[in-house]
Design a binder for this molecule. Structure first.
Ligand SMILES: [Zn+2]
Length: 190
């Protein structure tokens, strides 16, 4: 139901959001790193399910966004740094600096640490799994980790000493991933 409202309004009409060419450089660079293949099943992802700059929306005022979308107060606590609504596109990124989203921190570090785009790419790849209809966290973390490992094996994390620890962290989240327990699919802050 939320997605229906969204499509009726159009993303650009939603309070404090950016999409397409207006996305941050970090998000746009992350999108370029995402493969069009499902790294778990090996299948080519259909064109309409690919992540493009038009299927990602940055939200800079989560309170205004939730008010406009009619999202309940008790559900707002569940939002982390990226999420989908009703297991569908678009993928929203929480760039609201008042919410503790880690994306905001990634953005600060990005000018000095270009590998942040790889972390965000894997995060979006996780959310793409949900946007393709998967409610559970396990399959989403499996894809996130698979993409991080691909980057690592291609040498893209060369010089980033924190990367191996980050992969361990995502691996732990995969190991403890819970099945979906409610309709609103969100990614928790970690
Ligand atoms: Zn998730």
């Amino acid at each position: 139901m939320i997605a229906m409202v969204l499509l009726g309004v159009g993303y650009s009409a939603i309070a404090q959001t950016k999409t397409g060419k207006e996305l941050s450089a970090l998000t746009r660079d992350a999108i370029k790193q995402i493969p069009n293949r499902d790294l778990v099943t090996g299948e080519i992802i259909p064109a309409e399910k690919l992540i493009t700059s038009d299927s990602v929306v940055e939200v800079s005022d989560m309170t205004a966004f939730c008010n406009q979308m009619g999202i309940l107060i008790e559900d707002r606590k569940k939002f982390g740094q990226a999420f989908t609504l009703s297991n569908n596109f678009p993928i929203f990124i929480n760039v609201d600096p008042t919410t503790g989203s880690e994306f905001v921190e990634y953005q600060k570090r990005y000018p000095q640490i270009p590998q942040m785009a790889l972390v965000v790419a894997a995060m979006l790849y996780h959310e793409q799994t949900h946007a393709r209809g998967e409610r559970d966290e396990g399959p989403a973390y499996a894809r996130e980790l698979a993409l991080l490992k691909l980057f690592e094996s291609n040498g893209k994390f060369a010089g980033a000493q924190w990367a191996s620890q980050y992969l361990v962290l995502v691996g732990q989240q995969l190991a403890t991933a819970q099945q979906a327990s409610d309709q609103l699919r969100v990614r928790m802050v970690r």
